[in-house]
Design a protein around this ligand. Structure first.
Ligand SMILES: [Zn+2]
Length: 154
């Protein structure tokens, strides 16, 4: 009976590793292996999911609604980005005319980021970087740095 029990343990470990791999693909930004397509000096600001950063408010029913933009007054899921994915560190808001969704960035001092959001104030060479906490976004302030850019090819 002993060897069979050992086999079960191996299956469990295998399933665990597989699960972690799937999780990693869904949740981590895989750094591109090729050289960056461009290195651009950009204005970098920080934001979080709060009412102030993402311009939403509670309506008279206590439901969160957009406070500005084309979806003004419509129901808003707090933390959801323009690409309908939930924001997490690594989520970057861009001007979609310049950087299509899925464009990857390497931002010194922040790490890898991926274009998954847009914003009314984000125009041109400006990236808005997501932080969990409002204070972290404020601490980041406004910085100008050279950012490596990988345009999405899929
Ligand atoms: Zn905020």
């Amino acid at each position: 009976m002993k060897p069979r029990r050992k086999q079960w343990k191996l299956y469990l470990i295998g399933a665990g590793v597989l699960y972690l791999l799937v999780l990693a693909r869904c949740h981590l930004i895989v750094p591109p292996l090729r050289k960056p397509d461009a290195v651009i000096e950009m204005k970098l600001t920080g934001y979080c999911a709060c009412a102030k950063c993402c311009s939403w408010k509670f309506n008279w029913l206590g439901m969160p609604v957009s406070a500005s933009g084309p979806r003004k007054g419509k129901f808003k899921i707090i933390g959801q980005t323009a690409s309908s994915r939930m924001a997490r560190p690594g989520t970057v808001a861009v001007d979609p005319k310049l950087f299509p969704m899925g464009t990857k960035f390497y931002i010194p001092g922040y790490g890898f980021g991926i274009a998954r959001d847009t914003g009314g104030d984000i125009k041109g060479r400006h990236l808005d970087l997501f932080f969990w906490q409002h204070r972290s976004g404020e601490n980041w302030g406004v910085q100008h740095r050279e950012v490596k850019v990988w345009y999405s090819r899929d």
